[in-house]
Design a protein around this ligand. Structure first.
Ligand SMILES: [Zn+2]
Ligand SMILES: [Zn+2]
Length: 213
């Protein structure tokens, strides 16, 4: 790996690395990893990364032949070159424009990468671990407790609402009522019962039997 102070250039031999180098956008090879592993909704999908990379290639090629792309210009030309839905007329026009300025649409398309290529680069060249995006175990358990309790509360509310509506429509007769919605997880080995929160917080039944082994 070649590094120079933080913003490294990469020395990988995969297509991502060699294309990035030939378009003088070496830093992007690491930027891809940052974008990929960003937390939560910020993280790019592999397809988005491929588009991001390819647009950077296109932009560099356009600038290289003296085109100064305006806002949205790169994205638009990229779409025309790659999207099967683009009108053939507009595509040819975009290709001609690039050729006129001295760059080749065919060569650009050859240099564009697929999401599989991006994935191999992240995996093999950068050893980026997709797992990094998994939250830590404590956060994960907390999130799952909240999810289950949220579902449980929703069920209670819905049941209450339905009974009340049917009661109002005089289809079901009942006085005041309460809805009990008690989710229990029962260990088959020792018959102890837990609420989802209890079981997850204590990390298991603890009677010594782990059915998964
Ligand atoms: Zn690579
Ligand atoms: Zn047990």
């Amino acid at each position: 790996m070649g590094t120079d102070d933080g913003r490294h250039t990469v020395n990988c031999n995969c297509k991502v690395g060699s294309v990035a180098e030939s378009y003088d956008i070496g830093g992007i090879t690491y930027e891809l990893e940052d974008l990929w592993t960003a937390d939560g909704d910020e993280g790019y999908s592999l397809r988005e990364l491929a588009d991001y990379f390819n647009r950077a290639v296109l932009e560099s090629a356009m600038r290289g032949v003296g085109i100064d792309p305006l806002d949205g210009d790169v994205a638009n030309v990229y779409r025309l070159l790659t999207d099967d839905e683009a009108s053939p007329g507009s595509r040819v026009e975009a290709e001609r424009r690039l050729e006129r300025e001295g760059t080749s649409a065919d060569r650009l398309r050859d240099d564009f990468v697929t999401h599989q290529t991006i994935y191999r680069h992240l995996k093999n060249c950068l050893e980026a671990e997709y797992q990094r995006r998994e939250p830590n175990p404590r956060t994960r358990i907390q999130r799952d407790i909240e999810r289950m309790e949220g579902l449980q509360n929703r069920t209670t509310v819905i049941v209450e609402e339905i009974v009340r509506r049917l009661h109002d429509a005089e289809l079901v007769s009942i006085g005041g009522f309460d809805v009990y919605n008690d989710v229990r997880i029962v260990c088959e080995e020792c018959a102890k019962q837990y609420s989802p929160r209890e079981l997850l917080q204590r990390g298991g039944c603890g009677c010594g039997v782990d059915g998964s082994s």
